[in-house]
Design a protein around this ligand. Structure first.
Ligand code: ZN
Length: 129
């Protein structure tokens, strides 16, 4: 991890957390938050985060900009989505997700904590036909 890389370098004025190998830098923005989230290569929500969180699937909505890496998302009905940087991400609550490939995924995310799904209208994914 090189510190000259702004996507990975230490940030100032953020609250830094690490959960299940996922590094989060969080800063308040009005009534919401801006986060830089680094998911390591090999990370899978259902393997690494599920035992900590306790829900069957990730119940968060994710809205942001995937600045690096590749993420695969799977919903319980079998619908899947693949995101490859640089790409905007919208992920609905109730998903599993994992990092594809051998580089970390870096997501610049906006959230309103528990109100995120309602405020972004992310209440159910669009089925693939
Ligand atoms: Zn579906």
């Amino acid at each position: 991890m090189t510190h000259s890389d702004p996507l990975l370098a230490p940030m100032t004025n953020t609250d830094r957390r690490e959960v299940a190998g996922v590094q989060m830098d969080v800063a308040p923005a009005g009534t919401g938050r801006i986060k830089r989230v680094v998911y390591p290569a090999g990370f899978r929500w259902s393997t690494h985060m599920q035992p900590i969180v306790g829900t069957e699937r990730c119940m968060h909505a994710h809205v942001g900009f995937l600045a690096r890496g590749q993420v695969h998302v799977e919903y319980p009905d079998g619908c899947t989505e693949e995101f490859l940087a640089p790409q905007v991400i919208t992920i609905h609550p109730g998903h599993d997700a994992w990092v594809v490939g051998d580089e970390p995924a870096v997501l610049i995310e906006v959230d309103f904590e528990a109100e995120t799904p309602q405020l972004f209208g992310l209440n159910g994914h669009r089925h693939r036909t």
